[in-house]
Write a protein that binds this ligand. Structure first.
Ligand SMILES: NC(=O)c1ccc[n+]([C@@H]2O[C@H](COP(=O)([O-])OP(=O)(O)OC[C@H]3O[C@@H](n4cnc5c(N)ncnc54)[C@H](O)[C@@H]3O)[C@@H](O)[C@H]2O)c1
Length: 252
């Protein structure tokens, strides 16, 4: 498929997990990809691997909580590829296992900054560039934590992901006249570095899987494919939606 031929996509937190998987799929489907993230070695390696495979990818170090760095990343994308059509706001942290007892104000603020403020900054940064192209698409990565609360999870995580869901709707309404669609995708458990503490312990993994109607976590590519769908013209009349991809977790 070549749904993204001649499109430029910028992805935050794309060195690992869902973001890296999305970068690979966008590139395979013809997009020129700007792989951003806070860990230089991870994003550089991914961009080099894709380039070696003949695909169009560059990397740019971006702490997604920095307004200045978002401006620089947008400038770099335009200088390199001439435009921006798609933004995926994917960067996120859980703030480590533990609930309210292990939470501090600093930890609460940090999670909100990385998971929610970063998405506000990303959307503000790309808006006029995407508008200049006659429109485009933004996909924000949330979580089932936007719908339900989990024990042993930082309150900042749940609050931030609930915020992603509503921030997305706010942007969708405001950006619609410029033909910019804005949607959020909300994964359940995904087998990524974020969840190593669950997947590396067979007993813990068994109990996690038992709570999911489909009986397993998602692979990162299964979430990336949902991101690409929302970013593509296949979703041309979808904006402001929040799409669950959770194996039925929140249906029970
Ligand atoms: N893995 C899951 O079960 C799951 C479930 C629901 C939602 N999510 C969400 O999916 C997104 C991707 O997570 P993942 O599962 O691929 O985990 P991951 O840890 O592999 O990816 C998160 C990425 O964000 C980057 N990052 C962290 N802080 C950053 C910052 N300040 N600036 C830029 N990049 C930063 C990390 O370096 C990492 O590459 C996150 O928003 C996460 O909350 C994951």
């Amino acid at each position: 498929m070549t749904r993204f031929n001649d499109k430029v996509a910028i992805i935050s937190g794309a060195g690992t997990g869902i973001g890296a998987s999305a970068a690979r799929l966008f590139a395979k489907e013809g997009a020129k990809v700007v792989i951003t993230g806070d860990k230089e070695h991870e994003i550089r390696k991914l961009a080099e691997d894709l380039s070696a495979a003949g695909l169009a990818a560059v990397h740019f170090v971006l702490d997604a909580t920095s307004e200045e760095q978002w401006s620089a990343a947008v400038r770099y994308a335009i200088d390199t590829f001439g435009k921006i059509n798609v933004l995926v706001n994917n960067a996120g942290i859980t703030g480590d296992p533990g609930g309210w007892s292990e939470s501090s104000l600093a930890n609460f603020h940090q999670i909100l900054e990385v998971n929610l403020t970063s998405q506000y900054l990303g959307m503000q940064a790309v808006r006029s560039a995407i508008k200049d192209q006659g429109g485009g698409s933004i996909v924000n990565v949330g979580s089932t934590a936007a719908y339900i609360a989990f024990p042993n999870t930082k309150p900042g995580y749940t609050a931030s992901k609930g915020g992603v869901r509503q921030l997305t709707k706010s942007a969708a309404v405001e950006f619609a006249p410029d033909n910019i669609r804005v949607n959020s995708v909300h994964p359940g458990g995904v087998d990524t570095p974020m969840n190593r503490y669950l997947t590396e312990d067979a007993e813990v993994l068994k109990s996690v899987n038992a709570k999911i109607p489909m009986g397993r976590m998602a692979q990162p590519e299964e979430i990336a494919r949902v991101i690409l769908f929302l970013a593509s013209d296949d979703a041309s009349y979808i904006t402001g939606t929040d799409l669950l991809a959770d194996g039925g977790l929140t249906a029970v």
